[in-house]
Design a binder for this molecule. Structure first.
Ligand code: NAD
Ligand code: DAU
Length: 350
C-alpha cells in the first residue's frame, strides 16, 4: 500500500481528486490534510471513511504550522505528497495578499522541508499543483508552454510562482523528487461559489444580476475537474523528476460568452419552474491587473504522460449546471456570514 498525503483535499479540486483516486488507485492509502478554511468543507468528503475504511483518513492541519507538519511527516513516512492546499481566489488576493504568502509560499516550504527530512525513501514524490496563472497574460495569439516566462500578475499568481520556484530549488539543491503541474481553469461539482461558473449559477438562481468584469472579452481556458485530476495521477506516476507539465483541454471561452451560455443552460433546465427569471448581465469595474487571455499548450503532458481529457465542454457544463441545481443545499449551507461579507467587499451593492 502506498501512503499518499493529499493537502487541501477538502477543497474543490482536492475533494474530487480524493474521490477519484480512492476509486481508481486501489493500492493507495490517502491521508487528507486540510485546515478547513472558508473554502474547505468536510461535507465534500462525506461517506469516504465508511466506504474506504483503512484506505482513507482525514487530519485537520494548517500547513503554515511547521511543527504540526513535521510531526505528521515524522509519524507517517509518506510515499508521496500531492499538494493542492492553497488560498486560491485571485480577487481575495487583491483584497488581502498576506494570507496568500503565508499559505501558498510558507506553507508549501514547510511541506518541502518535512518531505526532505522525513520522506519514506528517495523514491517518495512531491507533486505540486500549480496554475497557468504563473505565466501572466497572453494577447490574442499564442499558448503557454512549459518554457513560457514566469510573469505573474496578481498576488495569488505571484505566490504560486514563488512556491513553484521553491519546489524546483528543492529538486536542484536537495535532490527531492518533485513534479509540478500547471493547469488551466477548472470547473465541476463542489467548486466554491466565488469562482466564475458556480458564482454565476448561484446569482442566477437567486435572481441577482451577473457581474461581468470589464467588457467580458477576457478569455479563460476550461477543463472539467476530473480530467485535471486524471492528469494529476499521470504526472504523479509517470512525470519525470524536476519537470513541469502544463494541463489543459484546449477549450478557450470569452467570459461573456460563457456567462450567456450558462443563462441558456439554466433556462433549459428550469423551463418548468415559473419563478425562474432570466438574469440580467451587469458589466462592473474590471479586476485590477486582469490577465487578458490564458491558453494552455498541453502537448508535453499528452506525449510524455499520455494525458487526454475525456469530457467535452458541453457535457461538463451540463453536468455542472445540473449538479448545482440538484445540490442547492450544499451551496446554501456554505453561504455564511464570511461569504456575504466577502461578496459585499468585492461587489459592493451590485
Ligand atoms: P479551493 O480554494 O477550493 O480549496 C483549497 C483547499 O485548501 C481548502 O480545502 C482549504 O481549506 C485548504 N487550505 C487553505 N489554506 C490551508 C492551510 N493553510 N493549511 C491547510 N489547508 C489549507 O482551491 P481549488 O480551486 O480546489 O484549488 C486547489 C489547488 O489547485 C490550488 O493549489 C490552486 O492554486 C490550484 N489550481 C486551481 C485551479 C482552479 O481553477 N480552481 C486551476 C489550476 C490550479
Ligand atoms: O487559470 C487557473 C486559475 O483559475 C486558478 O489558478 C485559480 O485558483 C482559479 O481561481 C482561476 O482563476 P481566475 O481568476 O481565472 O478564475 P475566476 O473564476 O475568479 O474568474 C474567471 C474569469 O471570470 C476571470 O477572467 C474573471 C472573470 N470574473 C470572475 C468573477 C468571479 C467575472 O467577470 N466576474 C466575476 O464575478
Amino acid at each position: 500500500m502506498m501512503k499518499i498525503l493529499v493537502t487541501g483535499g477538502a477543497g474543490f479540486i482536492g475533494c474530487n481528486f480524493v474521490r477519484r483516486a480512492l476509486r481508481v488507485k486501489k493500492d493507495w492509502k490517502i491521508i487528507v490534510a486540510d485546515a478547513l478554511t472558508y473554502a474547505g468543507n468536510l461535507e465534500n468528503l462525506e461517506g469516504l471513511k465508511e466506504k474506504y475504511n483503512d484506505r482513507y483518513d482525514f487530519i485537520k492541519i494548517d500547513i503554515r504550522d511547521k511543527e504540526s507538519v513535521d510531526e505528521l511527516f515524522k509519524k507517517e513516512k509518506f510515499d508521496g505528497v500531492i499538494h493542492f492546499a492553497a488560498e486560491s481566489h485571485v480577487d481575495r488576493s487583491i483584497l488581502g495578499p498576506l494570507a496568500f504568502v503565508e499559505t501558498n509560499v510558507l506553507g508549501s516550504v514547510n511541506l518541502l522541508e518535512a518531505s526532505r527530512k522525513y520522506f519514506k525513501s528517495d523514491k517518495s514524490r512531491f507533486l505540486h499543483i500549480s496554475t497557468d496563472e504563473v505565466y501572466g497574460a497572453l494577447g490574442d495569439e499564442g499558448f503557454f508552454t512549459e518554457e513560457t516566462k514566469i510573469v505573474p500578475s496578481s498576488p495569488y499568481s505571484a505566490s504560486k510562482a514563488s512556491s513553484d520556484l521553491f519546489v524546483l530549488a528543492y529538486h536542484k539543491t536537495y535532490g527531492l523528487n518533485v513534479v509540478i503541474t500547471r493547469c488551466c481553469n477548472n470547473y465541476g461539482p463542489y467548486q466554491f461559489p466565488e469562482k466564475l461558473i458556480p458564482f454565476m449559477i448561484k446569482r442566477a438562481l437567486d435572481g441577482e444580476p451577473l457581474p461581468v468584469y470589464g467588457d467580458g472579452r477576457n478569455v479563460r481556458d476550461w477543463i472539467f475537474v476530473d480530467d485535471h485530476n486524471d492528469g494529476t495521477i499521470l504526472a504523479f506516476e509517470k512525470g519525470r523528476a524536476g519537470e513541469v507539465y502544463n494541463l489543459g483541454a484546449r477549450c478557450e471561452k470569452r467570459n461573456i460568452d460563457l456567462v450567456k451560455l450558462l443563462i441558456e443552460k439554466l433556462k433549459a433546465c428550469l423551463k418548468d419552474k415559473k419563478d425562474f427569471k432570466e438574469p440580467e448581465i451587469a458589466f462592473v469595474k474590471d479586476r485590477p491587473g486582469h490577465d487578458f487571455r490564458y491558453a494552455i499548450d498541453p502537448s508535453k503532458a499528452e506525449s510524455e504522460l499520455g494525458f487526454k481529457p475525456k469530457i467535452s465542454f458541453e457535457e461538463g457544463i451540463d453536468l455542472t449546471v445540473k449538479w448545482y441545481i440538484e445540490n442547492e443545499g450544499w451551496w446554501r449551507r456554505i453561504i455564511s456570514g464570511e461569504y456575504l461579507e466577502y461578496v459585499e467587499k468585492q461587489y459592493g451593492g451590485k
